[in-house]
Write a protein that binds this ligand. Structure first.
Ligand code: CP
Length: 303
C-alpha cells in the first residue's frame, strides 16, 4: 500500500516499523545537523482544505528534514475558490511532477476518494470527523516513550468523541497495540454505537480518571457542532474539564495528553496543561519524527 489513509487500513507490524523508524529520526533531529539526504529525489505537496498549525508545520518540517522538495497549498488562497474540483486540483499539482500528497480535508473519506482517483501516494492529515492517523501514531509513540509500552495500558479519551477524528484513530491504534480504551464525555458527544468498537463509556470524569493510566483530553469541536444539543461551555468545563484539584485527588500519577489546539479553562486548565504530568509538547515534538518515518517508509515504495 502506497498510502496512509487511516489506522484501520494498517497493521500492528506497520505501527512497530513506523515507531522503530521514528526512533532513528528522533535521534537525527536532536543532532546539531538535523537533516538527512534520504528523500532528495522526492517532491511532496501539502494540500490543506482546513486550518492547521501543528499538522501542517510538522509535515513540512518532517519533509524538509528528509531533504524532500515541498510545496504547500492552502485551499482558501487557491483556485478551489473559483470552483476547481479536488481531482482537477490534485491532478494539476501532480502534473508538476509531485510524488506524494498530504491532505487535510473537511469531508470524511476525502483521502480515500483521492487515493482511488489520482496517481500519487496519499497521506491523510485529517478527514472531517473520520481519521487523523498520524496524530494517533504520534500519540501512541508518546505513550510508549513515557510508559515504556502501549500494551496493557488503560487510556481514557475525554470530550467530544462524536466529532473527533483523533478519537477514532486513537481507538484503532491503541486497541491494535493491546491497550484498553474507554471514552468519557456528555452523552450528546458520544457516538451511539461506540461500544461496538469494544470501547466502554464512562460518563463520570473522576471515575474515568481513577481507572486510567493515560487521559487524552479532546477539544470540543465548536466548528462541527450543533449548539442546540450541547451543554454550554461553563457546564462542560464543570463536568468534563480536567483541573489540578481532580488530578491531585487521584491515587496515582496519570499521563495527560491533548492533541491541540487547547481551549484553556474548558477541557483542561492551564496548570494541568503546563504541569509535569502533561506530555502535550512532547506529542508535538514526536510528531515530526513520526511523520518523517511515515513519509520515509511510503517514499521507499515509490523509489
Ligand atoms: N492536532 C492537530 O491536528 O492540530 P492542528 O489542527 O493544528 O493541525
Amino acid at each position: 500500500v502506497n498510502h496512509l489513509l487511516g489506522i484501520k487500513y494498517i497493521t500492528k507490524n506497520d505501527i512497530d516499523l513506523i515507531f522503530e523508524t521514528a526512533d532513528h529520526f528522533k535521534e537525527v533531529i536532536n543532532r546539531p545537523i538535523k537533516k538527512v539526504p534520504s528523500l532528495r529525489d522526492i517532491t511532496i505537496a501539502n494540500i490543506f482544505f482546513e486550518n492547521s498549525t501543528r499538522t501542517k508545520l510538522s509535515f513540512e518540517l518532517a519533509q524538509k528534514r528528509l531533504s524532500a522538495d515541498v510545496i504547500s497549498f492552502s485551499a482558501a488562497q487557491s483556485s478551489v475558490k473559483k470552483g476547481e474540483t479536488l481531482i482537477d486540483t490534485v491532478n494539476n499539482i501532480l502534473a508538476m511532477k509531485v510524488d506524494m500528497v498530504v491532505m487535510r480535508h473537511n469531508n470524511p473519506g476525502a483521502a480515500y476518494f483521492l487515493s482511488k482517483n489520482v496517481n500519487a501516494s496519499i497521506i491523510n492529515a485529517g478527514d472531517g470527523a473520520h481519521e487523523h492517523p498520524t496524530q494517533a501514531l504520534l500519540d501512541s509513540y508518546s505513550i510508549r516513550e513515557k510508559l515504556g509500552d502501549v500494551a496493557g495500558k488503560k487510556v481514557v479519551i475525554v470530550g467530544d468523541i462524536l466529532h473527533s477524528r483523533v478519537a477514532l484513530s486513537n481507538i484503532f491504534a491503541l486497541q491494535m497495540q493491546g491497550a484498553e480504551v474507554r471514552v468519557c464525555g456528555p452523552k450528546t458527544l458520544i457516538p451511539k454505537h461506540i461500544e461496538s468498537l469494544g470501547v466502554k463509556v464512562e460518563s463520570n470524569l473522576r471515575k474515568a480518571l481513577g481507572w486510567c493510566d493515560v487521559a487524552n483530553m479532546l477539544r470540543v469541536q465548536n466548528e462541527r457542532l450543533d449548539f442546540s444539543y450541547f451543554p454550554n461551555t461553563r457546564e462542560y468545563a464543570q463536568q468534563y474539564g480536567l483541573t489540578k484539584e481532580i488530578l491531585d485527588s487521584l491515587d496515582k500519577e496519570i499521563v495527560v495528553m491533548h492533541p491541540g489546539p487547547i481551549n484553556r479553562g474548558v477541557e483542561i486548565t492551564s496548570d494541568v496543561a503546563d504541569s509535569q504530568q502533561s506530555v502535550i509538547l512532547d506529542q508535538v515534538e514526536n510528531g515530526v519524527a513520526v511523520r518523517m518515518a511515515v513519509i520515509y517508509l511510503l517514499a521507499s515504495k515509490i523509489k
